[in-house]
Write a protein that binds this ligand. Structure first.
Ligand code: DAH
Length: 346
């Protein structure tokens, strides 16, 4: 440090102005405040500019030079400090703004809603439960069947008139596994009877629920896809009385003790004798439920069983219909419309 440095009051003033400026800059709280400090220090009437005007009052060239350099250095450090502070504050202000404007798009479920089984699934499961309670087992078969299982083995040969009662949907399968025109969507769950007899040794106490298909136009009581449950009992010495007793036990277990059942003579190719079974509500009215009968000897033979040794009964009825009956639903199509306002009521 030269003598001049020590003796010149202007140098002290520059240092003081610079330090005061730097201190203000460091504590500036906003970009706007930085701009104000910028004007205070570097503007036309700013403190450093005012000090510059005092250069003319200095007497020697050396003094002017020393003071001029000090002013330039002070201006530069103040300029740099302003720039740095401006960037820092702008960044911080942007971060605050971003945080404030943030959109939280996550959906908060304070009470998660749980779904439940469809009402047909509920009926299906209750039916299984009731039959399991009566000592039955559950089996399922394929939805795509052959003519043999769906008709032929059930005592309906090709020319049998009962076939036309099942509005059958045929697949266009043609290949080595089956003759053309013999692969179809099963029209009932009865073909599973044959598959069960072919695979399980009697005694058989089995129910077979599943989806079935018919070429029907949907209306209040029909759907082209619906559900049935089939029952099959094969044992020694099985009679019609066992069938009637089983239907009645089922009726009471499923609907309640105040319900009763009856059999009415009917015709099915796969049973002999055959019957239709109805259940009676406590108010005395009757609901037609399904078909049943003693398994026809031809059907036992198709299942690989000797009719001299084994006898049995079978029954089958609609699951959708049970659900509709239980809940008093007028139009079966409502059950499949997937309208959540309807579905969630059950
Ligand atoms: N498979 C018949 C149908 O879909 C219902 C039926 C009737 C099943 C009598 C049976 C039975 O097992 O014995 O209309």
């Amino acid at each position: 440090m030269s003598d001049i440095d020590r003796d010149l009051p202007l140098l002290d003033d520059v240092a003081t102005a610079r330090d005061a400026g730097l201190a203000r800059i460091l504590t500036a709280a906003s970009v706007d405040e930085v701009a104000a400090i910028d004007a205070d220090l570097l503007g036309k009437k700013g403190s450093l500019a005012l000090l510059k005007t005092r250069l003319g009052t200095l007497s020697t060239v050396d003094e002017k030079k020393a003071a001029g350099q000090a002013l330039n250095a002070a201006t530069q450090s103040v300029t740099e400090a302003l720039a740095t502070r401006r960037i820092d504050l702008a960044r911080a202000e942007r971060a605050v703004q971003l945080e404030q404007e943030r959109l939280d798009l996550t959906e908060e479920l304070t009470q998660p809603r749980r779904g439940h089984s469809h009402l047909v699934t509920q009926a299906w499961q209750r039916l299984e439960d009731v039959f399991i309670g009566l000592g039955f087992q559950v089996a399922e078969g394929p939805e795509v069947e052959t003519d043999f299982y769906n008709f032929e083995a059930l005592n309906m040969p090709r020319s049998h008139p009962a076939r036309s009662g099942f509005d059958t949907l045929f697949t266009d399968y043609s290949g080595p596994l089956a003759e053309d025109g013999t692969v179809l969507l099963r029209t009932h769950t009865s073909p599973v009877q044959i598959r069960v007899m072919q695979t399980i040794e009697p005694p058989i106490y089995m129910v077979m629920p599943g989806r079935v298909f018919r070429r029907d136009t949907p209306d209040a009581t029909h759907m082209p896809v619906f559900h049935q449950i089939e029952g099959l009992v094969i044992d020694r010495g099985i009679t019609m009385a066992h069938l009637a007793g089983t239907i009645d036990a089922f009726t009471k277990a499923f609907f309640g003790g105040a319900f009763t059942s009856r059999l009415r003579p009917n015709y099915f190719p796969f049973t002999e004798p055959s019957a239709e079974f109805d259940i009676q509500r406590p108010d005395g009215s009757w609901i037609e439920l399904g078909g049943c009968g003693m398994v026809h000897p031809n059907v036992l033979r198709a299942g690989g069983l000797d009719p001299e040794e084994w006898s049995g009964f079978a029954f089958g009825f609609g699951i959708d219909r049970m659900a509709r009956e239980r809940h008093g639903i007028d139009d079966i199509r409502d059950m499949y419309s997937n309208d959540i306002r309807f579905i969630e009521q059950f």
